[in-house]
Design a protein around this ligand. Structure first.
Ligand code: NAD
Length: 420
């Protein structure tokens, strides 16, 4: 079976067909610039030592330092890290951030570690990758099973290593260490700005359209909350165990509060008669807008034909497989791709880095205004490009990004093709 990276790379070839771009540029972007795999030796609480495999990939830095999160998960491998770094390269270009793409990961089940072990593992990661990352080289951030606390340990370790405070080396930090206001809701908010900006063209409207959101985590919650506040009917939400659905709608804050108190969605207050269903059933439930906002590979070949929504907004990374994507396109479903839909997160991470470098911090209104000023025009450009070229929005997003990356590669001169 083709690796995840081999599949992801097909997007590059497909986008290149719509551009007058030098073959060397496509060749250069077909491979990561640098990867590093290490074994971290970490002391456990019982005094024993354990090895954890750790990875980092700087996929392409033609447009600036590489940027991307660090994932802690038992399935992490170099193929996945390279794929995520490839996606970050294109996502940063979609949002026109002066960044290339990177990603990192540790093969670990965090549930099996104490907090102290997690801290030693995170510090070991930074010691091992201290010369690979850097505020002007490669800037990590949180990803699955890493958070602000982990970033706090990491920035502390990096600063001790270089001998001065270096907040700009990592984003997604706690506010007390130079984190940005407005980061928490940035990804959901970015998707909300794009949706509302294009709603007429997408055939959506507050007061009329029904929205199903898979997930109730950070991204799903903020998106659902903002849409509900504007009059959209949120008729489905879910967690890892299942989904709650009510065609009359629900208040995401009330559902989240119920989940926080009871640990479950069952029994959450809704406007009409709620029923529970599986996550698989949720994806094919009646709605106008379907928003996978939990994890990858959710809309697959087997269920794509049954999707009822006319628009899919990919807030999760890679929620639609390529085979499912083809089916949705044939059905006439508009898919707003992840590299546009969830780019709000990395955009506010960029704002955090800018504020760290300037040593001057913005209010939340400024962060949100600037986020809107990026998400709306980039969404509009990609929508227009798709319409003008008669291609789907995912291909259009890749074309739009590749055009920017290609120009940067060319501007560096041919030396960079060969010398890397
Ligand atoms: P999170 O951990 O806060 O929430 C994840 C949600 O997924 C939870 O509601 C959880 O219950 C649900 N879930 C877990 N397993 C599931 C399953 N098997 N089926 C259905 N739902 C399941 O994570 P998040 O930060 O909200 O991220 C969600 C997605 O968005 C991920 O794909 C992530 O890569 C992507 N993303 C996040 C950000 C960000 O800023 N947080 C930025 C870009 C992309």
């Amino acid at each position: 079976m083709a690796s995840m990276f081999t599949k992801a790379r097909k997007r590059l070839k497909a986008a290149a067909q719509h551009l007058d771009i030098a073959p060397e540029v496509v060749e250069k972007l077909s491979y990561p610039k640098e990867t590093l795999a290490v074994s971290l030796l970490v002391r456990m609480d019982d005094g024993s030592r354990k090895v954890f495999k750790a990875f980092r990939c700087r996929y392409d830095d033609s447009r600036g330092p590489t940027k991307g999160g660090i994932r802690y998960h038992p399935d992490v491998c170099m193929d996945e890290v390279m794929t995520l770094a490839f996606w970050m390269t294109f996502k940063c270009a979609v949002a026109n951030l002066p960044y290339g793409g990177g990603k990192g990961g540790v093969k670990v089940d965090v549930h099996k570690l104490s907090n102290a072990e997690l801290e030693r593992l995170s510090r070991a990661y930074i010691k091992a990758f201290a010369s690979f990352i850097g505020p002007d080289r490669d800037i990590p951030a949180p990803d699955m099973y890493t958070n602000g606390m982990v970033m706090g340990w990491m920035v502390d370790e990096y600063s001790s290593t270089v001998g001065y405070p270096a907040p700009a080396v990592i984003t997604g930090k706690p506010i007390a260490l130079g984190g940005s206001l407005g980061r928490e809701d940035a990804t959901g908010r970015g998707g909300y700005y794009v949706t509302r900006h294009l709603e007429k063209e997408l055939g959506l409207a507050p007061g009329k359209s029904r929205v199903v959101v898979q997930g109730l985590g950070n991204v799903a919650f903020w998106f659902a909350k903002l849409m509900a506040e504007d009059g959209y009917t949120i008729c489905g939400l879910s967690d890892s165990r299942g989904a709650i659905v009510d065609p009359d709608g629900m208040d995401p804050s009330a559902v989240a509060e119920h989940k926080r108190k009871t640990g479950r969605l069952d029994g959450a207050p809704t406007k009409g008669k709620a029923r529970m269903m599986t996550n698989a059933e949720l994806l094919t439930a009646e709605c106008d807008l379907l928003v996978p906002a939990a994890m990858e590979n959710q809309i697959v070949e087997e269920n794509a034909k049954d999707v009822k929504a006319k628009v899919v907004l990919e807030l999760a990374n890679g929620p639609t497989t390529p085979a499912a994507d083809t089916i949705l396109n044939k059905k006439g479903v508009t898919v707003i791709p992840d590299i546009l839909a969830n780019a709000g997160g990395v955009t506010v991470s960029y704002f955090e880095w800018v504020q760290n470098k300037a040593g001057y911090y913005w209010g939340v209104d400024e962060v949100q205004r600037r986020l809107k000023e990026i998400m709306e025009p980039e969404g509009r450009l990609i929508h227009r490009l798709a319409r003008d070229k008669g291609i789907d929005m995912r291909t259009a997003a890749y074309v739009h990004a590749l055009d920017r990356i290609g120009k940067a590669v060319e501007a560096h001169g041919t030396k960079s093709f060969f010398a890397g």
